[in-house]
Design a protein around this ligand. Structure first.
Ligand code: HPA
Length: 281
């Protein structure tokens, strides 16, 4: 099953045939919003509004662990995160899509693991689902993130975007900042020197947690603004939301084609489903 996590400005997807709204509790609390079970072009899809439907969760307070755990519990294997980002790379223009392939993490206060050893929540489980056993046993886990995003899902997105003829970049380094404030011009200059292409506040720890559950995760970034200091003007949230609104139709269209391709892909030649192998201490 595929799940779509919608970011700023994407709180629901029109065209989804909503079947049910699921309220679910996890060992890490409740997700940001009820999870919508829907049908899209005849395929089952779950949709989750990352910041909540009323945007009540700022980036540093999004219940990332509850969100991903809930999706896993509901049978999800593939996750597509949609993210608004600022453009650091001068080649990027507002409205461009970027299928990021790496990240640099500058977040500060967010739990990045389900498996916190003796600090893990009490959880009783007897069965053979790996992630549940690791949590129940209060294990410590170090996953490999050399290639954080699923190459198969990224390839599917690339195919879809190429076919649609939209302007996009097939790779890019995502710089994750803590927020909720935007960046200083000096920070953006530094991120640029470090190789950052786009900047946002939510893809980390989302992708990390998805990997800890052995999910296939790809992030589709929409450049909503030139990053701080590059823009030459004061940045606003209105600009971000406005651009995401403008791109809504395109995103919908991309999702529709992606869904079909994802379910049509029988061979997943990636290591995403083995991430926990050899990772526990
Ligand atoms: N910085 C951080 N996050 C963002 C930006 C930005 O410029 N634009 C959209 N999300």
């Amino acid at each position: 099953m595929l799940a779509v996590i919608g970011g700023s400005g994407l709180y629901r997807v029109d065209g989804l045939k909503v079947l049910e709204e699921i309220e679910i509790k996890t060992p890490f609390g409740e997700p940001s919003s009820p999870i919508v079970r829907a049908e899209y072009g005849g395929f089952p899809v779950l949709f989750l509004a990352r910041h909540g439907r009323e945007h009540a969760f700022p980036p540093h307070r999004v219940p990332y662990r509850a969100n991903l755990w809930a999706l896993k519990e509901l049978g999800v294997k593939y996750v597509l995160g949609i993210n608004a980002v600022g453009g650091i790379n001068r080649l990027l223009r507002p409205g461009d899509f970027v299928i990021v392939d790496q990240f640099l993490d500058f977040t500060k206060s967010r739990p990045q693991s389900f498996y916190e050893g003796s600090f893990s929540p009490d959880y009783t489980y007897e069965g053979n689902e790996k992630h549940k056993r690791l949590l129940a046993e209060k294990r410590v886990v170090h996953i490999d993130v050399s290639e954080p995003f699923c190459p198969t899902l990224r390839g599917i997105l690339e195919e879809v975007l190429t076919k649609k003829g939209v302007r996009f970049f097939d790779r890019g380094t995502y710089v994750a900042t803590e927020g909720p404030r935007l960046e200083t011009a000096a920070e953006i200059r530094a991120f640029s020197l470090l190789g950052g292409d786009v900047v946002g506040m939510t893809m980390v720890p989302e992708v990390v947690l998805a990997r800890e559950l052995e999910l296939h995760y790809a992030g589709l970034c929409v450049v909503t603004n030139p990053a701080a200091g590059i823009a030459g003007y004061r940045l606003t949230s209105e600009e971000v939301i406005e651009m995401m609104k403008q791109k809504e139709e395109e995103i919908k269209d991309i999702l529709l084609s992606a869904v079909e391709k994802i379910y049509g892909t029988k061979v997943w030649n990636c290591e995403c489903e083995n991430t926990l192998e050899g990772a526990e201490v």
